[in-house]
Design a protein around this ligand. Structure first.
Ligand code: NDP
Ligand code: HEM
Length: 497
């Protein structure tokens, strides 16, 4: 087959090397549209990077249900035996698109399930909790993670200044500074839906739910020293690991578990089960196995499927619902809004985002990039209700009512002992070496901070555990007096087997 080069309008391109000039040495003619089009297209090859989670890596794959959870949900994606196509995107949070992969940061863990009832997105992290419990604080938090307006450098002072004023973040900061702060690659980490969502079944009963995707590859993490050496050699270690694994037929897998809380149980715990800074202890709400996620294909085109991917917690399907979690409620707005800005009005029609197993039929009309037909076979059916048998709402999928009460107000959560209980449980789980690495990781991260900010952070850690505060203080002081006094291990903290 001959591959004929054309303009975007389909006309033959006669030379793709020589511009049209007046004379052999001559200036270029403005009429050389083939050159103009080529230059103009190059100028438009970038879209804005994501405001957070800009650096990412994605694969395609499938999810198969192995266990019956239909007593909790009527979602078709959870019908026993069902296999659903999935797109994944993992990411770091703070770094820009060119950031090195093996940096200490929380990792995003996004999944798009192309279900029969439309796309269901899990837009989670590799951590079960988050820094905040109110969306109102998110833009300020992200500002502290990004660059300083004058120096254009990342600012540890800003990070710890903010964290010290938001003690509820100490749970997530503990995870970030622990061994799990630098996963070897996305295959070696868990994914968590993090928020409390809900499931509802055919009888209209609602259950609160947490989603956990546990790696079958085993956890593996880099120490700071290992990561620094690696980044000196390659900034793209995650992409390389993923492409090599898939190329070698080594398909990463995760087991999906859920934790389930009967609707009426919310409020009976010492913690707020809708507070994103809290987990549900496994002892209270055991993990229930659901199915297996296998990612097995590198997308044919990274930009088309990964850069153009638009995940949103607002994408739920019948049988899966929201919860009163204030952060989740904020995210229900934020993501689709970000996509309309980053990708354009019709971002849901792009190949990465268009439903595969369901049909998209809506009355949203024109706007930039309207490249799909949507007239339901009848151009007269462009409003609703209409006499032309256009699509109508489907009340049979209606969700059971979400019970809400209370007076509208702006509720602050006052200083709260519950904020320290779970980080304490985590700290107590670490052995002596894990604790020492935790302390050293803090020293590396907060070394440049002022004494005032350090003291404020020690006061937060003191409330988690006096040994935690003392350990971080000692690591900081050792670093101040002699950097070699901070014991840094090159041993990988978690076996990579
Ligand atoms: P469990 O002993 O049942 O669970 C401990 C959990 O901690 C496991 O899920 C384990 O993950 C995880 N874990 C181990 N090391 C780290 C680390 N460095 N960073 C983050 N997670 C880690 O206890 P509980 O359920 O009572 O929870 C105790 C504490 O464990 C919590 O306060 C919380 O900090 C943390 N945790 C709890 C989770 C939950 O959903 N209950 C989930 C994750 C963490 P894995 O099994 O994959 O090794
Ligand atoms: C990306 C907002 C909290 C996980 C994003 C983006 C925005 C955003 C605007 C960029 C979207 C894009 O351009 O494609 C917010 C707000 C939050 C919040 C307002 C709090 C109110 C969280 C939490 C998690 C999370 C709690 C995890 C539990 C992610 C992930 C991505 C992302 C994984 C990348 C999605 C992808 O792979 O494309 N967030 N976020 N965010 N966020 Fe959040």
């Amino acid at each position: 087959m001959t591959h004929r080069l054309t303009t975007t309008a389909g006309a033959p391109v006669t030379s793709n090397a020589n511009s049209q000039t007046a004379g052999e040495r001559g200036p270029v003619l403005l009429q050389d549209y083939q050159l103009l089009e080529k230059l103009a297209h190059q100028n438009r090859e970038r879209i804005p990077e994501r405001v957070v989670h800009a650096k990412g890596w994605g694969l395609e794959g499938k999810f198969t249900v192995t266990h019956d959870i239909t007593q909790y949900t009527c979602a078709k994606v959870f019908k026993p035996g069902t296999t659903t196509d999935v797109l994944s995107r993992w990411s770091t949070v703070a770094g820009e698109q060119g950031a090195a992969d093996a940096e200490r940061d929380v990792r995003g863990f996004s999944l798009k399930f192309y279900t029969e009832d439309g796309n269901w997105d899990v837009v989670g992290n590799n951590t079960p909790v988050f820094f905040l419990r109110d969306a109102m604080k998110f833009p300020d938090f992200i500002r502290t993670q990004k660059r300083h307006p004058k120096t254009n450098l990342r600012s540890p002072e800003a990070m710890f200044d903010f964290w010290a004023a938001q003690p509820e973040c100490v749970h997530q900061v503990t995870i970030l500074m622990s061994d799990r702060g630098i996963p070897v690659n996305p295959m070696r980490m868990n994914g968590y839906g993090s928020h409390t969502y809900s499931l509802w079944n055919e009888k209209g009963e609602r259950y609160w739910v947490k989603f956990h995707f546990k790696t079958q590859q085993g956890h593996a993490h880099y120490t700071n020293a290992e990561a620094e050496t690696l980044i000196g050699k390659t900034r793209e270690s995650y992409q390389e690991d993923l492409v090599n694994a898939i190329g070698g037929g080594d398909f990463p897998k995760w087991t999906l578990y859920i934790q389930v809380m009967p609707e009426a149980d919310a409020g009976k715990q010492a913690y707020n089960p809708f507070d994103l800074t809290k987990v549900w202890p496994h002892g209270d709400y055991p993990l229930i196995e659901v199915g297996e996620l296998e990612m097995n294909k590198v997308p044919e085109n990274y930009f088309q499927m990964v850069e153009n991917a638009a995940f949103s917690p607002s994408n739920v399907v019948p049988g899966i619902g929201f919860s009163p979690d204030k952060m989740l409620q904020g995210r229900i707005f934020s993501y689709a809004d970000a996509h309309r800005y980053r990708l354009g009005t019709h971002y849901e029609a792009l190949p990465a985002n268009a439903p595969k197993a369901a049909t998209m039929q809506h009355y949203h009309k024109d706007g930039s990039m309207r490249f799909f037909t949507n007239d339901f076979g009848n151009p007269d059916a462009y409003y609703e209700p209409n006499q032309f048998d256009g699509p109508t709402a489907q009340p049979e999928f209606v969700e059971p009512p979400l019970r809400i009460d209370g007076d509208a107000d702006r509720y602050a959560v006052e200083d709260n002992e519950a904020d320290y209980v779970q980080p304490r449980a985590l700290f107590n789980m670490f052995d002596a070496e894990q604790k020492q690495r935790l302390f050293n990781n803090y020293a590396a991260a907060m070394g440049p901070c002022s004494d005032g900010v350090k003291e404020r952070w020690y006061a937060v850690l003191e409330r988690v555990h006096p040994d935690y505060a003392a350990g971080v203080r000692a690591a900081n002081e050792a670093q101040n007096s002699d950097v070699n006094a901070v014991p840094v291990t090159n041993e990988s903290p978690v076996p990579k087997g």
